[in-house]
Design a protein around this ligand. Sequence first.
Ligand SMILES: NC(=O)C1=CN([C@@H]2O[C@H](COP(=O)(O)OP(=O)(O)OC[C@H]3O[C@@H](n4cnc5c(N)ncnc54)[C@H](OP(=O)(O)O)[C@@H]3O)[C@@H](O)[C@H]2O)C=CC1
Ligand SMILES: O=C(O)CCCC(=O)O
Length: 510
Amino acid sequence: MLLTCLYVDEGVLREMSERAASELGLRDATLLRSEAFIDGRWLKADGGGSFGVDNPATGALLGSVPNMGAGETERAILAANRALPAWRRRTAHERAAILQRWHDLILENQEDLARIITGEQGKSRSESRAEVRYAASFIEWFAEEAKRVYGDVIPTDIDGRVILAIKEPIGVTAAITPWNFPCAMITRKAAPALASGCTLVLKPAEATPYSALALAVLAERAGIPPGVFSVVTGAPAEIGKELTGNHLVRKLSFTGSTAVGKKLMAQSAGTMKKLSLELGGNAPFIVFDDADVEDAVRGTINSKFRNCGQTCVCTNRILVQDGIYERFLSELSIAVGQLRVGAGIENEQVDLGPLINIAAVEKVEAHIADAVAKGAKVVRGGHRHSAGGSFFEPTIISGATSEMLIAQEETFGPVAALFRFKTEAEAIEMANDTRYGLASYFYSQNLNRTWRVLAALEFGMVGVNESLISTTVAPFGGIKESGIGREGSKYGIDEFLEIKYACIGGLKSE
Ligand SMILES: NC(=O)C1=CN([C@@H]2O[C@H](COP(=O)(O)OP(=O)(O)OC[C@H]3O[C@@H](n4cnc5c(N)ncnc54)[C@H](OP(=O)(O)O)[C@@H]3O)[C@@H](O)[C@H]2O)C=CC1
Ligand SMILES: O=C(O)CCCC(=O)O
């Protein structure tokens, strides 16, 4: 995204953030910060510049945050490095107690955090509340998990030696997060990092910095020491270059587009960082003739229209078997017709908010136009919503084919595209015909088919008769060009640990 740099007087900044807090209806206005958080201090950018943050539902400016660059990022890294020895020396139990306070504060401020998410990102308030709970759950989970980071004593192959595998925190780490889950994508990285004894420098998305800064307010209140968790807002390429190029940073965890992920991977090669990359998807959702259609329709609504289609695990291609195609289409059309579109801050009763910005609307329009030009039919929706701005009608396209853009790229919008297939083999071939490998889904009541299809799908995650698969306790991540590594679950903490092999020799028996 493009930053527009503003130079605004401090008094005006304070006034803007007070007005935004009141616009969002915050109980605790101090959660809305207009400074970045480095080494335990709230700071402006060196040059005094800032960039604006919009409310996507109204298009109005909510406020602005510092436009920082390489210098401030380097100082955050140095602070993280200074804070590291004391933080990693604490016991896992001590770190867990502090993280548990952070978790509790997040839940105590659930409503305010949800309003901030809805205000800067657009999703409905019920989805925002669910995101806050999801975000908090990673902190609790990893605070507990860190107490169980066991190493191994390996049976020796030579008498007089002891062989140990010791797990240690990797050191200073960095995270770059997207706008679609402004809280949860941060805690999914920060919690395992901090719990395992690492320190972390975060660069949140330009569109949603307020959620990240609110998390930092609560981290400070919870007693997380200065330098252990810093948030640098500003120029993505410049900050990214410092985070990837600085040799003190031992690990980078990124969630976002595949294009930026590849760039960060290349940039990290020079300092050989450990990487977790959670990138784009192109999720197939297969509905077999033997599926429970009602369940499959409900699943499609959840998986396609969650967060207005702006989730990397959102269904992108709905593959429906010939014998059930017309019935599924007609039932899906009724269900989509019931989705309520609107602004979540003013109206609690909405299902879909706006898209993040007009560029996202244009991408959705381009996918629809391309599909129609290549023979698909718009069954429902297909246009900008009458609410204006970046609102878009929930849309169904029938007769999609593999030549269409919608089959090849993630649309990241509220467009359900239906593809027709005849045989199981054809469905599997269509589903796997993508460079991505994040989430996939299929609906079938046949046990034999379930095992066959599960084994054949080339994706990191498979939902079988289930469309909401994200949970703290399960390993989230992709294969192929959808990324590297797993987040959440017992596996998520390994991403922030190194194994030190120790060989104690020369042991003499009496
Ligand atoms: N896997 C996922 O969950 C996500 C996938 N996407 C996909 O990506 C598409 C584009 O979305 P977009 O927001 O532009 O995703 P990006 O990959 O551009 O953004 C993700 C994060 O990376 C940052 N970033 C961007 N460029 C650089 C860079 N050169 N160096 C370091 N950091 C960088 C962004 O900063 P800033 O915001 O300041 O530009 C943001 O914090 C979407 O339409 C969707 O298809 C998007 C978001 C999440
Ligand atoms: O879009 C993403 O990258 C985050 C997915 C959120 C989740 O389901 O965990």
